[in-house]
Design a protein around this ligand. Structure first.
Ligand code: DGL
Length: 274
């Protein structure tokens, strides 16, 4: 039965585990298959064409496993690959950007919204355009924060260096009086406490991972795709394109537990699609 198939999630690497975790929590009856393209990470510095081509291959692999929905956890891939993926696959494909945008607009009182993300996501103007599409009066301040990704992967979630870096990056957000900040990169929700300490409790932080997880529940219902089987789902499955050992180590920073069912996959062996 279509409804009992798993939901696929992919990311450029380990960061998408924030989205996985939010989905796991929000949809306890569903089963998930996660792919981290660790051999080709980072996506956040790459061109639109490269990110779209990698995303297509990732999805091709996941779709071959028999899934009912594709969730693009990576913000950079959500910025550049949605059209390609929607064109190629006959199933619902969801990125993280629209949910984060809607949540930010709902929360912002003064229409001054900040977006922090990778270089490529900011360059794509995806967040900026979608915010202004909802309300032309919104003032958007967008800023790449590339050092946050390695700091999170180092496990420096509450480290003096991370606090210092956050202060330097986010000073302009305070100067421009943003009242809402979108954490537009998979890794940034891990730094919520540091970011909030720098900006103060008056600034709303939008975690795109949580925002998309909340929306996917209603989308499954609307599309009649909720899992029917009342038995507990099979354990979730994880795939990576580089070493499983390295992924396991960093995954523990994100999940605070060890991952079961972690496998290596070689995407270069997939048949080519146009
Ligand atoms: N997953 C990426 C994103 O959310 C961050 C890491 C990378 O640059 O690949 O944009």
């Amino acid at each position: 039965m279509k409804q009992d198939k798993p939901i696929a999630i992919f990311d450029s690497g380990v960061g998408g585990l924030t989205v996985y975790q939010a989905l796991r929590r929000t949809l306890p009856r569903e089963r998930f298959i996660y792919l981290g393209d660790t051999a080709r990470v980072p996506y956040g510095t790459k061109s639109a064409e490269t990110v779209a081509a990698y995303s297509l291959q990732n999805s091709q692999f996941l779709v071959s496993l028999g899934v009912k929905m594709l969730v693009v956890a990576c913000n950079t891939a959500s910025s550049y690959a949605m059209e390609t993926l929607v064109d190629h696959f006959d199933m619902p494909v969801l990125g993280v950007i629209p949910a984060g945008v809607r949540r930010a607009v709902a929360l912002s009182r003064r229409k001054r919204i900040g977006v922090i993300a990778t270089e490529s996501t900011i360059q794509s103007q995806c967040y900026q355009n979608q915010l202004r599409d909802i309300d032309v009066d919104i003032v958007v301040h967008a800023l790449p924060c590339p050092l946050f990704v390695p700091l999170v992967e180092e496990g420096w979630l509450d480290h003096p260096v991370t606090r210092e870096v956050a202060q330097i990056y986010l000073a302009e957000m305070s100067a421009r009086e943003v009242d809402t900040l979108i954490l537009g990169c998979t890794h940034y929700p891990m730094l919520k406490a540091v970011i909030s300490a720098v900006l103060g409790a008056g600034v709303n932080l939008v975690d795109s991972a949580e925002a998309v997880a909340l929306e996917i529940g209603s989308i499954l219902t609307a599309l009649n795709l909720e899992r029917r089987n009342t038995a507990a789902p099979e354990p979730d499955e994880f795939y990576v394109t580089d070493s499983t050992a390295k992924f396991q180590k960093v995954a523990e920073i994100f999940l605070s537990h060890k991952l079961e069912n972690l496998h290596h996959v070689d995407l270069t062996l997939l048949p080519k699609i146009d």
